[in-house]
Design a protein around this ligand. Structure first.
Ligand SMILES: *Cc1c(COP(=O)(O)O)cnc(C)c1O
Length: 377
C-alpha cells in the first residue's frame, strides 16, 4: 500500500523532544521555539515570526490583527481549505469568493478589483501547492484601495515570488506545520509579521491578552491583562520536533523537488497530447514541491482514476469542495462574479503521493499504474 502522505521524520526529533523534557520546559516559547523563530526569520528575511498552534490559528491571528469586524468584507478564493475562510468568519467579517486561474489554481488577480466594495478591508492570497499568487498585482490593488493583504502560505514554506519568501510579502503571512505539510510539528504553524508596528499586538494576542513577552524582555516590570487574547503558542515539545525538520530543510526540499520533477517528466507526454493537465509554475515563482497534481477530463474520469489507483494499492486524493457551494460557504459568504473555473477545475484535480522519503520504487509503481490508466483512452 502506498500512502498519500507520510509525515516527515528526520531522526533527530526524539533527541530534541527529550532535551525539551530534560530542561523542564515543555510549555510555549522555550528554547526550541526560540530556535525556530530565529531560523525562520533569518532564512526567509522575515521581520518577525511567531510559532502558533496551527496554520488555522495563524490565519485567525492575522484576521484579528487586521482589525476585521462585522460588516467588513475580505476577498478570498473559493478553491481553498476551510481555515482560510473560518479565520474571516471568526471576526464577523464576510468572505467574498472570487474565481481562480486554471493554470495555478490561485485567485485570479484580474477579478479582484471588480469584487471590491466600500466594505472591503483585506485580500487573502492563498499560494496553492506552494506556487505564488501574482503578488505584484495584488499588492498594487491593495495599495490603491487601502486594503490589508494576508498570505495563506500554509503550503508555501520555502517557496519564493520574485526572490521573496512567501509569507513575507503581505502584511501578514501564515505557515502551516501540520503533518501533511512539507515541514511538520504534528499540529502547528507560524505567523509572519511584516511591520514592526504589529509585533506588540501580535504577542499580546498570542499570550492570552497579556504583555508577558514584554515582561520577559524586561520592558515592563509586571505583566498584566492588556487586551483581547487567546492561547496561540505551541508546546516546546512540538517546536523541538519542528527544529529537527528545519535543520534539514534543504534536504527535505531537494528530495521533494526531485520526486516532483520525476512525476512531471513522466506525465509530460500526456500533457503534451492533451490527455491530462499538469501544474504550471509561472516564471517568477520558485516552488517547494508541496504537491503534484494532475487534472483529468472531468469528474467521471477522475473517479475512475482514483478507484483504479486504489485497486493497485495507491492512495490518491482530491480537494477542495469549493467553499462557496459548501454549507458554511452559503451561510457565511458570497461569490462575486462568474464561477468559470473554481468548480469545474476542482472536479478534475487529483493529487498523487508525494512526501519526504517516498522511495523511487514506490514512485515508479505510482507512475506505471497512472500511465496504464491514462493510456487506455
Ligand atoms: C493546511 C492548510 C491550512 C491550515 O493549516 P493547519 O495547520 O492544518 O491548521 C490553511 N490553508 C491552507 C491553504 C492549507 O493548505
Amino acid at each position: 500500500m502506498i500512502s498519500f502522505n507520510v509525515p516527515p521524520f528526520i531522526g533527530t526529533e526524539l533527541d530534541y523532544v527529550k532535551q525539551a523534557i530534560d530542561a523542564h520546559k515543555i510549555c510555549g516559547d522555550g528554547q526550541f521555539t526560540q530556535k525556530c523563530h530565529a531560523y525562520l526569520e533569518e532564512r526567509f528575511g522575515a521581520q518577525k515570526v511567531l510559532l502558533t498552534t496551527s496554520g488555522t490559528t495563524a490565519l485567525e491571528m492575522a484576521a484579528i490583527l487586521c482589525g476585521l469586524k462585522k460588516g467588513d468584507e475580505v476577498i478570498v478564493p473559493s478553491f481553498t481549505f476551510s481555515s482560510t475562510a473560518t479565520a474571516i468568519v471568526l471576526t464577523g467579517a464576510t468572505p467574498v469568493f472570487v474565481d481562480i486561474r486554471p493554470d495555478t489554481m490561485n485567485i485570479d488577480e484580474t477579478k479582484i478589483e471588480a469584487a471590491i466594495t466600500d466594505r472591503t478591508r483585506a485580500i487573502m492570497a492563498v499560494h496553492y501547492a506552494g506556487v505564488a499568487c501574482e503578488m505584484d498585482t495584488i499588492l498594487d490593488i491593495a495599495a490603491r484601495h487601502n486594503l490589508k493583504v494576508i498570505e495563506d502560505a500554509a503550503q508555501g514554506v520555502m517557496s519564493t515570488y520574485k526572490g521573496r519568501a512567501l509569507g513575507t510579502i503581505g502584511d501578514f503571512g501564515c505557515f502551516s506545520f501540520h503533518e501533511t505539510k512539507n515541514y511538520s510539528m504534528g499540529e502547528g504553524g507560524a505567523l509572519l509579521i511584516r511591520s514592526p508596528e504589529n509585533n506588540d499586538a501580535a504577542e499580546i494576542l498570542r499570550e492570552k491578552g497579556t504583555n508577558r513577552a514584554r515582561f520577559f524582555r524586561g520592558q515592563v516590570d509586571k505583566y498584566t491583562w492588556v487586551d483581547y487574547g487567546s492561547s496561540y503558542l505551541p508546546s516546546d515539545m512540538n517546536a523541538a520536533y519542528l527544529w529537527a525538520q528545519l535543520q534539514e530543510a534543504d534536504r527535505i526540499n531537494e528530495n521533494r523537488l526531485a520526486i516532483w520533477k520525476t512525476y512531471d517528466e513522466a506525465f509530460a507526454p500526456l500533457a503534451e497530447s492533451g490527455r491530462i493537465e499538469v501544474p504550471s509554475v509561472p516564471a517568477d515563482c520558485v516552488h517547494n514541491a508541496h504537491m503534484y497534481y494532475i487534472k483529468l477530463r472531468d469528474l467521471e474520469d477522475r473517479t475512475a482514476f482514483i478507484s483504479c489507483m486504489k485497486d493497485n494499492g495507491i492512495i490518491t486524493v482530491f480537494h477542495y469542495i469549493p467553499l462557496h457551494s459548501a454549507p458554511a460557504g452559503l451561510k457565511f459568504g458570497r461569490f462575486h462574479g462568474e464561477d468559470r473555473y473554481t468548480t469545474s477545475e476542482s472536479d478534475r484535480l487529483v493529487r498523487l503521493p508525494l512526501y519526504y522519503g517516498l522511495t523511487p520504487e514506490d514512485q515508479q509503481h505510482v507512475i506505471r499504474t497512472a500511465l496504464d490508466f491514462l493510456n487506455r483512452d
